[in-house]
Write a protein of this length. Structure first.
Length: 286
């Protein structure tokens, strides 16, 4: 009966695990809905800011504003990596870390000096274990990032860029396409490179002048680009965690079926053995 009791203990353990993963799946589903709402609310504003910057951009403005000016040679670059503070999200964090390592290797292969800025415990733990120096390591940004969080990330990097201490700034984060499609991506934040469709500012009468509008829009554009990256990263994390927990719950269900059959067979064998022993004992007494 020892074998049946052991299987019974395993069944109880798997049932408890399935209950936990099912609960985590439900929590992630709830958080995913709120996270996707933030993504869909942030994207139009960021896109509108991008359109304004593209419309007001000119070669003269690129010379006037440092964040638009392309350096003649990139000697030092900053890489900002956004990861999660928690695991149990499938390959979410591993994919982001792999993308960041690939970018660092490419930049260093070109002879560019790099500095690494990481937000999220998982990314920090990985690079700390590998002995990689990090210029900043942030763990205070949670599941509900704010505009202030975005400003605290991009503000110091923008100041360093304008002071000429770095020649380029990149951000590595997840692109939220759907709950099941959240590939990592690398985006060059600085210098700002206006691209895409735009409407010429010459078609409008601007007040205040276009240069003043552009001066005020550039910090907003940078801040909201990072904010959008943060909310997309948060939504991607919850989508990955929901998928991972659903797979774990399904696997636990399949394991329970196998263990239940194993227990029934062990119990049946035990009963058969007991009956055989009774019959054998009765025959011996005769």
């Amino acid at each position: 009966m020892a074998g049946a009791r052991e299987v019974k203990r395993r069944i109880k353990s798997v049932e408890n695990t399935r209950q936990i993963t099912r609960t985590m799946e439900l929590v992630a589903t709830s958080k995913l809905k709120r996270a996707t709402d933030r993504v869909y609310a942030a994207r139009p504003y960021t896109a509108a800011l991008g359109g304004i910057v593209r419309s007001l951009y000119s070669p003269e403005s690129a010379e006037r504003y440092r964040v638009l000016r392309r350096p003649a040679e990139v000697r030092r670059a900053a890489v900002l990596l956004l990861t999660a503070n928690r695991g149990l999200a499938g390959g979410f964090n591993a994919n982001l870390i792999r993308e960041a390592r690939k970018l660092l290797e490419e930049l260093r292969g070109k002879g560019i000096e790099t500095e690494l800025h990481v937000s999220g415990k998982k990314g920090i733990a990985f690079f700390r274990f590998r002995g990689e120096a990090m210029a900043t390591a942030r763990t205070d940004i949670g599941d509900n990032p704010t505009v202030a969080d975005a400003e605290s990330l991009i503000g110091p990097l923008s100041e360093r860029f304008e002071a000429g201490q770095v020649d380029a700034v990149y951000v590595v984060s997840s692109e939220f396409r759907s709950a099941m499609s959240t590939p990592p991506r690398t985006k060059e934040l600085l210098p700002i490179r206006p691209s895409g469709p735009s409407v010429s500012a010459d078609l409008f009468i601007l007040s205040p002048p276009g240069d003043l509008i552009l001066e005020r829009m550039l910090p907003l554009y940078l801040r909201n680009t990072i904010y959008t990256a943060l909310v997309e990263n948060s939504a991607a994390e919850q989508g990955a965690r929901r998928a991972a927990m659903k797979n774990a719950t399904d696997n636990a269900g399949e394991m329970l079926e196998i263990l239940t059959r194993t227990y029934n067979r062990a119990r049946q064998a035990q009963i058969t053995q007991e009956i055989a022993e009774i019959v054998g004992g009765s025959a011996a007494l005769e």
